[in-house]
Design a protein around this ligand. Structure first.
Ligand SMILES: C[S@@+](CC[C@H](N)C(=O)[O-])C[C@H]1O[C@@H](n2cnc3c(N)ncnc32)[C@H](O)[C@@H]1O
Length: 231
């Protein structure tokens, strides 16, 4: 498992990796269950369906799942699909592993680190969809280059997403919504299909809300939900 706070040159990880001390059971699960659930993105993944016992036809990726509320909710609601979740913050990862254990999920793979490494390791046209929910907004101008969905990252995602696959993006930060939309609209690989305001004001059907969404709503901020489709 990747841990610590050191950042190798060129790393996309800028936030904290560790928080308060883990509960004993969470720490134990990181030693026992995480090695079973984890994947290794340091080598190309030749057979993505083979990561899962049931060889699912559909595989979804969640980038920065936080404490895993959405990822675990989706995995539970869609047992025939495979879900890969990436999160470098160990405390969030530990909560997701505990939820996976409690719900006995067999369709989940987790990586404690940069989602970009997992994307680079996946074969072409693997994903049916990807989620980027409330990514770190990096509001200061000089930090915007840290935002996850750069032009290069969109191209990397385009390679691993199947034609018709959805990239679902949510944010409560106006500037981040517009910034992301500008990059998608100039990409040759994705289109934004929204026809009416309702298409981006409402979350997706069956949506499992996240911790950051709850914070945004409690603070009176209205999120946007953007669905981009791989051409
Ligand atoms: C603002 S939080 C949102 C968490 C969760 N999606 C939610 O809505 O509650 C952003 C998360 O992205 C994670 N993150 C940042 N850079 C990442 C990267 N390169 N790969 C994967 N996750 C990343 C952070 O650790 C953090 O947990």
């Amino acid at each position: 498992m990747t841990g610590g706070t050191e950042r190798p040159p060129g790393s996309r990880l800028h936030g904290r990796r560790k928080g308060k001390k883990l509960r004993a059971h969470q720490a134990e699960l990181l030693e026992t269950l995480l090695p079973i659930l984890t994947l290794d993105p340091t080598k190309p993944i030749a057979d993505a369906a083979g990561l899962f016992a049931g060889r699912p036809d559909e595989i979804w990726l969640e980038i920065g799942f936080g404490s895993g509320e959405h990822l675990i909710g989706e995995a539970e609601a869609n047992p025939d699909c495979g879900f890969i979740g990436c999160e470098p913050f160990e405390n969030g990862l530990a909560k997701a592993v505990a939820l996976a254990e409690a719900r006995k999920l067999a369709n989940l793979r987790l990586y404690c680190g940069d989602a970009g490494l997992v994307i680079d390791a996946l074969p072409d046209r693997t994903l049916t969809g990807a989620y980027l929910l409330y990514p770190d907004p990096w509001p200061k101008r000089r930090h915007r280059k840290r935002r996850f969905l750069s032009d290069d990252m969109l191209a990397a995602l385009a390679r691993v997403m199947r034609p018709g696959a959805e990239l679902r993006f949510a944010t409560d930060i106006d500037d981040n919504g517009g910034w992301t939309l500008a990059r998608v609209l100039r990409s040759r690989d994705f289109i934004w299909r929204a026809a009416t305001a309702e298409d981006w004001r409402q979350p997706w059907t069956g949506w499992s809300s996240t911790r950051y969404e709850a914070k945004a709503l409690a603070a009176g901020r209205k999120p946007v939900y953007l669905t981009f489709v791989r051409k």
